[in-house]
Design a binder for this molecule. Sequence first.
Ligand code: ADP
Length: 367
Amino acid sequence: MDADRINILVVDDNAEDRQNLEAMILSSGSLPCLVTHADRLASCYKQIDKRGIDLVLLDLFLPESKGLDTLRRVRKKAPELPIIVLTRLDDKTTGIEAVREGAQDYLIKGDYDSKLLHHSIRYAIERKRVDIKLQNYAAELENSNEEYKRFAYVVSHDLRAPLRAMQGFSNTLLQRYSDKLDDIGQEYVRRIANAALRMDELIQDLLVYSRITTTDIQITRINLEECIDKALEQVGGEIKERQAHITIQRPLPQAVGNVSTLAQIIVNLVTNGIKFVAPEVKPDIRIWSEIFQGRVRLWVEDNGIGIEQENQERIFQVFERLHGTEAYPGTGIGLAIVNKGVQRLGGHVSVESEPGSGSRFWIELKK
Ligand code: ADP
């Protein structure tokens, strides 16, 4: 842009139309502009190369190119330039289609005055700035996603290898050299092996968390019953081992989501429901749904130890745990996976609970 003048390229094969447009553009004292003309694509390209054009006003019907193809070609030539397309009075759809294809605005020939034209010019320039910013953000996001994936790969391969070595050598030490180690020495070696095992579990869970954060998730209408059945199949062993009782209030409705992601979320909630019970208590879990303010709420209720009000938010963060691993084993990532998964499905998750009275987790999804 010339210090304070907008350089507008008017592309139209009709000389009279170009003159009229120029007169209208220059009629505003508050929008200082320069106008350059082009009567066909070739001269349009030349002007873009030659002058510091700030915006193109483009008639889509030129001798060498017709309709949206004209827009595509100009966009390819100058992707950074804002474009306002000029469509015909009898053509109601091309303008909208042009905006969908990347034009910043459209005007219907013979149906605008200078006020609308000036408004459109300002709008198109601002909109293009925002579009470019968004494109840059998207590219940055894509980049950091890639970095994140590379990081996860390094974590899984390179960090786990030394841990396996620690575990392997500790075990060898215990098996082959136990006669050379006294009880305290053996206990220390066992602790090293356990710490390595614990770190391996943490890394593996972090990788699951990173996967749910970065993988593409196809969102469709899904059947909640299918998700529950899939989840319960995965935790069948634990249910049997803990003699847990699970009640599902069928039928369950459809919702917007993804079967595998939702099954993974339910697995984590049910596993917690089975795990966080007082000693000697048989886990009793109830799953049901309701329509709440036009959305589907899926509830997972347990008869466990409950959660104090003040801790109910932070347990959804990575590594937040309320108990030692001796009492209740775990890594503190399960609910962070739930939280991230629900977020990626466009939903919400929360919990209602009181210590000693069980917990009721809910997931809210679009209908
Ligand atoms: P983990 O189960 O590995 O500890 P989570 O992220 O799944 O990790 O849960 C975080 C913490 O939230 C748990 O350590 C526990 O203190 C608490 N919690 C989660 N689910 C329940 C539940 N159903 N009942 C009581 N406390 C729970």
